[in-house]
Design a protein around this ligand. Sequence first.
Ligand SMILES: [Ca+2]
Length: 504
Amino acid sequence: MNSSLNILYTFIALSFTLLSFNSCVSKEEEPARSSGSSKDNGQANVIFIITDDQGYADLGCYGQVTDIKTPNIDQLAATGVRMTAGYCTSPQCVPSRAGLITGKYQQRFGLEGNNTGPLPLSEKTIADKLKSKGYITGMVGKWHLQPLHVQTKWVDENLKSPKMVNGRVHIPSYLSKQYLPDQRGFTDYFCGPDKDYRANFDLEGNYYGEKKKSFSFKDFRIDLQTKAALEFIKRNKNDPFFLYLAYYGPHVPLDDVPMKYKERFAGPMPERRRAALGLMSAIDDGVGKIMDLLRDNDLEENTLIFFISDNGAPLGIFKKDVDLADKKGVWNGSLNDPFIGEKGDLMEGGIRVPYIVNWKGVIPEGQVADYPVSTLDATATALKLAGHDILDLDGIDLLPYLSQTDEYPPRWLFWSFRQQEAIRNLSWKYLRLSNGKEFAFNMKNNENELFNRNSSRKDVKKNLSKQLNKWIRSGNRIKRDWNIPLGAEENNKYQHYLKLIKNK
Ligand SMILES: [Ca+2]
């Protein structure tokens, strides 16, 4: 992960000059910016706020921990819907984001892990599709869907004689640029995970259109990303807009979280926890500012908002409070309680995430919904709302259920990641590993997966396994490395977590 981001920094640094001369969006494709209100033409705005590696426990409104302070996001839930069974499509960044941004299971286009990207150019994104309906489409923060040095298949196919920079394969900008947000449907972008951004607008209200700019900052990344989101909304408040705000946190690094956020959390606790709480508090401040801006401009009733994390928190199994500067394979300070498992696993801790939906005046407030939903549904809901056909997508339009006009339908959600595969519906989850172990969990009374339904209910396992096979056979999971054992990292984690599971 960190290495992937490092290559992004390198890429950004090496490609500023070249990119500033390249047009990103042709005039024909760019929606006209109107002077009227988006309300007048009946198109609702859509905002996706995506956090990075934030565990299920880490919003006050989920009621799992007492040390977190997220009053603004809690308010978003209180005036909207808190999903208690919201899932991402993968326990890792690139595949999870690829699923969300396309609305399809990422396996359908051969992307299953961080090392099997980038997002193929043949795939349309939600931004491509909303732009075609006249939306101004904005992207802020971490992208992660461009070619990365770890993506060996792409590197082999696209680089005849790869050059090494700092011991890594260097992806030249002429190959990489077509995978960046401005070529994937975004009219406006402020793209970068941390201090360096490639953008076509700045934080002072200037818009550069087709002219790309590069900016470097000293400020904390979460504050920058909030400012950019506010600038985007201010500039486009009179047009229907889509904002994809991908905060880079509480993913590590943690050693740069400002004291002004950390000091909100006094008392004895692991320093990694204090830093993560501070970071998530910064995100909460950002959500509060965005909501204030929408309210001040009378846009709340015309804006559909999703707040979702891209995957569960990495715990490094034992949540060791190692030095804040440590980044590799460590706990990011976030928590997945009450679930077992973590980032990289298909146990609930890896894939079940904070998931809130809000649309004032349309979605009845104060709901807590326990039916299983996917990040894919956020995409399908937004596209259906904008008038798109969603038949080719894997998500469903949630609005009929969130607005309580229809009853939630029976459905399956699927996962495949490395040597793990899983499936769930309202009642059951089935998980199997390439080492032959398989589990069936009754999600009605055992959602923390502590009891495996054993031999007496073999029929349950058989049926679930059959459903999962059907999904895999129908073109999902192009590359199935099923005959190789669990990787060392996965094996260590599963050895630890499986000990907690009792047969019943
Ligand atoms: Ca992530």
